[in-house]
Design a protein around this ligand. Structure first.
Ligand code: ADP
Length: 495
């Protein structure tokens, strides 16, 4: 009896591998960082070979630490940094260029041009996305600007993939060229309604069909490892992009369930069931996962600055020595003393989408102190989340009953209590906060029969702490000052 699931968590800065048992317990893990390349301002690249090499090392080490052999693995789940674009030669298996990372802005002007051409609605209708350099489509088009590579692509000699696809290609010894709908839905090339690569979109971006991977489900027998590469032939039975994996790892499997990851920024994602909801408030419509015939769609909101605001208090204002201290400092005062922070360091995402908004500390008086600023900072993170959840409510027509949370800043109890009060909603933090890796493992475990069904999985997921709304926050003045602050800082840096 095979006893474990291997979860491959291919992140933006490191390659991780986690071995998970039938109770959902992480028995061993390993992690290796890889190089970030910044060849020009706004450009971010990775060496796909280094990603594969560090990923292999992480797998070997995690297995070794757990005293586990490849043959003990029942199935493999892969979750990955999304949108990052790799092109390689099908014969040699070698990348033709560095991978262009999701953060890379080099195709911003191209996206402006596409908008001017009037194709915004075509892309939004078919893909649920905005025309932005963030997504894979224009990155892939950029790589094919090289005439040589374009010719090779037209000849069918090249393959495109996001990081899931690249890793599976390598794990399968160059046999399987596949992805899943959650990753495909971030490319600007995949029609999320018909569940197929879209000829019109491929033609607008001049992408030959032969480059594209086969889109399989997110769970099931999707690919197989090669014996020589992995040491055993094992089913790769789960694939999902990182945010979708986290949604699954939080077992947000019913429509209306929402998770928020409080990291450097926040990613808020709502399961909307089998309907793709078109947002009127700057949320992205995306695919959560596809299992058999069932597609679960999702709405996604982006907050650029969350934990980064706490880092700023530590590194620039220097009012704390570590991120953890912010909770004690914020608890040293009964309220924010009238102070409001607008964390628009790099503009504002959902629902404002204002790249010219800038940060501010407002409402200062002679009595304002470090404690007030720390408290206003935690409130700012919770208020940005409130903004996003509130448009999710209105776009979906589904009231949010509970918010499941993870990420580095979700350790902060005061933050979560303020969040519960601002949303007037229960906040739940799970015992296992490795929700992304867990989500990939859950998809893989269901896909290979390691876990029978969602019912069995629900005994694997458990809450660590629940935060119920109480009256410890005087929310009305906080909300009022927030609204005023957002207005005051809108468009601040307009040329
Ligand atoms: P990422 O995956 O984006 O790197 P993590 O999930 O590792 O982020 O979370 C790190 C972020 O969490 C940092 O920005 C840090 O400032 C913030 N953070 C860590 N601990 C706390 C805390 N106790 N209270 C508030 N923020 C915290």
């Amino acid at each position: 009896m095979k006893k474990y699931i291997l979860s491959i968590d291919a992140g933006t800065t490191s390659s991780r591998a986690l071995v998970i048992d039938h109770q959902g317990v992480i028995v061993s893990k390993a992690q290796f960082e890889f190089t970030q390349f910044y060849p020009q301002p706004g450009w971010v690249e990775h060496d796909a070979i280094e990603i594969w090499e560090t990923q292999k090392k992480a797998i070997v080490q995690a297995l070794k630490e757990g005293g586990i052999s490849p043959g003990d693995i029942a199935g493999i789940g892969i979750t990955n940094q999304r949108e990052t674009t790799v092109v390689w030669n099908r014969t040699t298996g070698l990348p033709v260029a560095n991978a262009i990372v999701w953060q890379d802005r080099r195709t911003s002007e191209r996206c402006d041009k596409l908008k001017a051409d009037g194709v915004t609605d075509v892309f939004k209708k078919k893909t649920g996305l905005l025309l932005d350099a963030y997504f894979s489509g224009t990155k892939l088009e950029w790589i094919l600007n090289d005439q040589n590579l374009r010719q090779q692509a037209e000849n069918g000699e090249l393959a495109f993939g996001t990081i899931d696809t690249w890793l599976i290609w390598n794990l399968s010894g160059g046999k399987d060229h596949v992805t899943d709908p959650s990753n495909a839905s971030r490319t600007l090339l995949y029609n999320i309604h018909t569940l197929s690569w879209d000829a019109e979109l491929m033609s607008i971006l001049s992408i030959p069909k032969s480059l594209l991977p086969e889109v399989k489900d997110s769970s099931g027998n999707l690919a197989r490892t090669n014996l020589d590469v992995f040491g055993a032939e094992v089913s790769i039975s789960g694939i999902a992009g990182d945010q979708q994996a986290a949604l699954f790892g939080q077992l947000c499997v019913e429509p209306g369930m929402v998770k928020n990851t409080y990291g450097t920024g926040c990613f808020v994602v709502m399961n909307t069931g089998n309907v793709a909801i078109d947002s009127k408030n700057g949320l992205l419509t995306t695919i959560g996962w596809k299992i058999g015939k069932e597609v679960s769609y999702a709405l996604e909101g982006s907050i650029f600055v969350a934990g980064a605001l706490i880092q700023w208090l530590r590194d620039e204002l220097k009012i704390i020595d570590s991120a953890m201290e912010v909770e004690e400092l914020a608890s040293s005062v009964p309220d924010n003393g009238g102070v409001t922070i607008i964390p628009a360091f790099t503009g504002l995402g959902t629902p404002y989408w204002d790249q010219y908004a800038r940060g501010a500390i407002l409402g200062l008086t002679r009595g304002s102190g470090r404690g007030h600023i720390a408290r206003a900072a935690l409130e700012a993170i919770a208020l940005r989340t409130m903004d996003v959840v509130s448009v999710m409510n209105s776009d979906s027509g589904i009231p949010v009953k509970e918010l499941r949370v993870d990420g580095g800043a979700s350790k902060n109890n005061l933050l979560l209590q303020i969040q519960a009060n601002l949303l007037n909603t229960r906040i739940v933090r799970p015992k296992e906060v490795e929700t992304t890796a867990l989500g990939a493992a859950f998809l893989a475990g269901l896909g290979c029969g390691f876990w029978k069904n969602l019912d069995e999985l629900s005994s694997v997921w458990s809450a660590d702490k629940k935060f119920q709304p109480d009256n410890s926050t005087n929310i009305e003045p906080i909300k009022l000052n927030w609204t005023k602050g957002i207005k005051a800082t809108a468009g601040w840096a307009l040329p």
